[in-house]
Design a protein around this ligand. Structure first.
Ligand code: URP
Ligand code: ZN
Ligand code: ZN
Length: 476
């Protein structure tokens, strides 16, 4: 067989096993995975990049060859908190590629009286001509009574995942229990899935109000962000959403779960046989804790829900191991120092969110695989294979298999790179991981057969990324 590209001599990582094999690519697809493809084509046997029978040989000797990461939770160019998140489809997807992530799922959110269709059109326009890797959207149902009858048409366009926020009343995004209950019923009817940002808004508002005064803001600064969001704020909300999923039988996916308490609730739901409930966590909740709010840059680390305690990290890693936590994403929502400075000492005014796409795989690889918390196959499972499958991309993305899109990252098992925002593709002028030494950066990234990162440097093109239609979600 004649290949366009062969990734030779590497260890191919699947969610279930690893194998020494070459990967042969024709056009945008993986055409073969097997031993000696490069040798048979007349090259690549001894290491070194080159050409064989017209095929470009990418030597992966000593490296892992993994499916491109699937970040199912990003916000690019999101109007939010009085500003717009500063990684757009240009810098955001460049950052993704450099981090070995080849698919991003953003959230199309209607503003004001906009319809779901307008939100989708707006997000399509943000991505068109800019995206360097493939993308699709979850669609936010912010006005239940207006949007419920639009959901079927959105599913028909290949967008079977919806999102509701239990907080963010001021943004006009908040969904009440009736909306969540109704949306879960609707998702069941449409073979779709509902993603929920689970935080208990009324008690949260009460706690914020109690501490929202000059004296405490002077005394505690950004630490108040953590003080006003104890774990029960997330736990109560997850518990309630799980109850609505239980009675409606709708598919529920808890986004950015940050607490040990949340992981316990999901575990209990699974033990009761609820296979319609899923939960992701994000890389930051696995490695950062709320002591970050204490420094002069503490406000930079504010996101919703906030980073929690070391004990929560530990429980989330355990949930990953048990399978109760099925995916690791980033909730990338980048704000620059200048944007974060809008807080002026009042934590309720901090633009909430952090950069993350470029460091997702390195963080999870370094703190998961290299710290013996997970195998390299489990790493691929949680960052690539399972997220793809749950989000309805499991027929083309998230695995190195014949017929799948040739979305691949080649990572060195040990080589560490010091994180420095100034050297990165993200538009952030800071990093939550500044100065950390991380392995797992992509040496070579391919997006549908095209090399978009070579020797750790981005070399892709704007507009290469394609919109991905999906048929269903959550039924794994
Ligand atoms: O702080 C965050 N997470 N910003 C993005 C919006 C959200 O809640 O996901
Ligand atoms: Zn959220
Ligand atoms: Zn988010």
């Amino acid at each position: 067989m004649k290949f366009d590209t062969i990734i030779a001599n590497g260890t191919v990582v699947h969610a279930e096993k690893t194998e020494k094999a070459d990967v042969g690519i024709v056009g945008e697809k993986i055409a073969a995975v097997g031993k000696g493809l490069a040798k048979k084509a007349g090259g690549g046997g001894n290491g070194g990049n080159g050409n064989a029978n017209g095929a470009r040989i990418i030597d992966a000797k000593g490296c892992y060859v993994i499916p491109g990461g699937i970040d199912v939770h990003v916000h690019l160019a999101l109007p939010f908190c009085g500003t717009v998140s500063s990684d757009d489809y240009n810098t955001g997807t460049r950052a993704a590629a450099r981090g070995g992530v080849t698919t991003v799922i953003d959230f199309a959110i209607p503003y004001g009286e906009e319809s779901l269709q307008q939100a989708v059109d707006n997000w399509m326009a943000k991505a068109r001509g800019k995206a360097c890797v493939d993308y699709t959207f979850h669609v936010a149902v912010t006005k239940w009574r207006r949007h419920r009858d639009e959901m079927a048409a959105i599913v028909k366009q290949g967008l079977p995942t919806f999102k509701q926020f239990m907080i963010y009343e001021k943004e006009g995004w908040q969904a009440d229990d009736a909306a969540i209950f109704g949306a879960l019923e609707k998702c069941r009817e449409l073979d779709a899935m509902l993603l929920i940002h689970a935080e208990s808004s009324r008690v949260l508002d009460e706690l914020i109000e109690r501490h929202h005064n000059e004296d405490e803001m002077k005394q505690y600064g950004a630490v108040l962000h953590g003080m006003t969001r104890p774990n029960f704020i997330e736990a109560e909300a997850i518990q309630r959403a799980v109850k609505w999923a239980e009675v409606t039988k709708g598919r529920l996916y808890i986004v950015h779960m940050s607490t040990a308490d949340g992981a316990d609730i999901i575990r209990d739901a699974h033990r009761r046989g609820m296979d319609n409930v899923f939960a992701e966590t994000c890389a930051q909740y696995l490695v950062l804790d709320d002591s970050a709010f204490e420094g002069p840059d503490g406000h930079l680390f504010a996101c919703c829900p906030q980073i929690k305690k070391k004990s929560d990290q530990k429980r989330l890693w355990k949930g990953i191991k048990s399978g109760d936590v099925c995916a690791i994403s980033t909730d990338t929502c980048t704000f620059t120092r200048e944007q974060k400075a809008m807080w002026q000492g009042d934590w309720t005014k901090i633009p909430m969110g952090m950069p993350g796409l470029e460091t997702l795989l390195p963080i999870v690889y370094t703190h998961g695989v290299l710290k013996d918390r997970m195998s390299v196959s489990a790493f691929v499972d949680k960052c690539c294979t399972t997220p793809a499958r749950i989000m309805g991309l499991g027929d083309r993305k998230g695995a190195i298999k014949k017929g799948y899109d040739a979305d691949i990252a080649v990572i060195h098992p040990k080589k560490k790179i010091k994180v420095d925002h100034a050297q990165m593709e993200t538009n952030a002028d800071w990093s939550p991981y500044q100065g950390w030494n991380l392995a797992g950066f992509s040496r070579t990234t391919l997006s549908r057969g095209k090399v978009v990162v070579d020797d750790y440097k981005f070399c892709g093109t704007n507009g290469w990324g394609k919109f991905l239609k999906r048929e269903t979600a959550g039924n794994i």
